[in-house]
Design a protein around this ligand. Structure first.
Ligand code: HEM
Length: 378
């Protein structure tokens, strides 16, 4: 299934085919911010960013049944948020309540069943809708591809309806909140660093101009924006811990790790390690500009050993390119089109406790439109 995911949804060709969907959703995001700006309303950046990544993912994977009106994407968005909260509770309960667990008492069984049933209901409906229309159309989405594999008698690996549903739950869970958190943290850093905001804006204005919205094909021509996104992910990786179980015993850094040991890697600590990062606690996007690196070898080592916001190896994140696109275009658009006013002098950057890295105080700010010609055009 991971192979299908990479080839049909997240690989370079698949991403090229779905570019129009993301451009639409970015425009929708822009319009929603503009609407709030006109009404002088405060925006919760995390919530808006979650809508952007969830709607985009929904349309990219289950696309042809998408309609604003039937509210299914909205429903899935709510369920992903509920599941996220529940996962945190369950993990903590597992750590803190081992004795209860031993007695077979599942603390959150009712809530888990409730979210699971709701997911099942939405996805079953989408599945049936796709089955009914399977032969009708040429434009196949991810759900069609999985349904074809489900119906294939000769498939090398048989998949069930439940596999398909579990796949979509994992996809939305892994892709929505991670991207939204990164957008939120990076915007907070930019608002707190006016010099960085100024430089970023100059780059975007000179490459994109002021009469059209930034798009993802601009990203390769915007090295400073890319560096800002990378630095945001370095300081605030939304999934800081990753787990590996050793199939064989081996030696790491002079220690012998026996077979079947479970180790937890801490990307947060690694990406703030003062022995490999200069001024590790500071938000300094310049460190990712190629002129500040001495060799290509240094860049390669950085990727492999010290920069791991997407994990690493076979279980590494298959959505890293899409993640960079979501964060780059959303942050780019917010910087290109709006000034941002906040309550007080600085955004509070405290981290909420927990296993994924979210802001203790969600970023709330008011957008003020800046590019008049662009607004007139939209
Ligand atoms: C900025 C955005 C994102 C960040 C920082 C991020 C980070 C991560 C990390 C750290 C992991 C665990 C990797 C490991 O254990 O080595 C992971 C797994 C995963 N991510 Fe992402 N991710 C992002 C966006 C996405 C998107 C957009 C998708 C897809 C739509 C996605 C799909 C997945 C999946 C399916 C896994 C599980 C892979 C497996 O278990 O083999 N991610 N992600």
């Amino acid at each position: 299934m991971k192979k299908l995911l990479v080839t049909k949804l997240l690989g370079p060709q698949a991403l090229e085919r779905s570019r129009g969907i993301r451009a639409d959703e970015l425009e929708r995001f822009h319009s929603s911010l503009l609407d709030k700006a006109v009404k002088k309303e405060i925006v919760e950046i995390g919530k808006e960013a979650t809508k952007l990544s969830n709607n985009s993912l929904w349309r990219m994977s289950i696309g042809r049944s998408f309609s604003e009106k039937n509210g299914e994407a909205e429903r899935v968005r709510g369920l992903v948020t509920e599941l996220d909260g529940l996962t945190k509770k369950v993990l903590f309960a597992t750590l803190l309540h081992r004795p209860l667990e031993k007695l077979g008492i599942s603390l959150f069984k009712k809530e888990i069943m409730c979210v699971s049933d709701s997911f099942d209901e939405v996805l079953e409906r989408v599945l049936v809708e796709h089955e009914q229309k399977l032969d009708d159309h040429q434009d196949r989405d991810m759900m069609d591809v999985l349904l074809a594999a489900y119906g294939d008698e000769n498939a090398e690996h048989k998949i069930s309806r439940n596999h398909i549903k579990a796949f979509f739950v994992e996809l939305f869970f892994a892709g929505t909140d991670t991207s939204a958190q990164s957008i939120q943290w990076t915007m907070a850093e930019i608002i707190n660093n006016p010099n960085i905001l100024k430089r970023l804006r100059e780059e975007i204005d000179s490459v994109v101009g002021k009469t059209r919205l930034i798009q993802e094909t601009d990203l390769p021509k915007l090295p400073y924006l890319q560096a800002v996104v990378k630095e945001g992910l370095r300081l605030h990786p939304p999934l800081p811990l990753f787990v590996r179980t050793f199939q064989e015993g081996c030696k790491i850094g002079g220690f012998y790790v026996p077979e079947k040991t479970t180790l937890i890697g801490n990307a947060y600590v690694m990406m703030r390690d003062p022995s490999v990062w200069e001024d590790p606690e500071e938000f300094k996007p310049e460190r990712f500009l190629s002129s500040s690196r001495s060799t290509q070898e240094e860049e390669r080592r950085e990727q492999a050993l010290k920069y791991i916001p997407f994990g690493s190896g076979r279980r590494g994140c298959p959505g890293s390119s899409l993640g960079y696109i979501f964060v780059g275009t959303a942050v780019g658009m917010m910087v290109q089109c709006f000034d941002w006013s906040i309550k007080g002098d600085k955004v509070q950057m405290d981290e909420a406790g927990g296993l994924n890295l979210s802001m203790a105080h969600s970023l709330k700010c008011t957008p003020v439109p800046r590019n008049r010609p662009l607004l007139a055009d939209q």
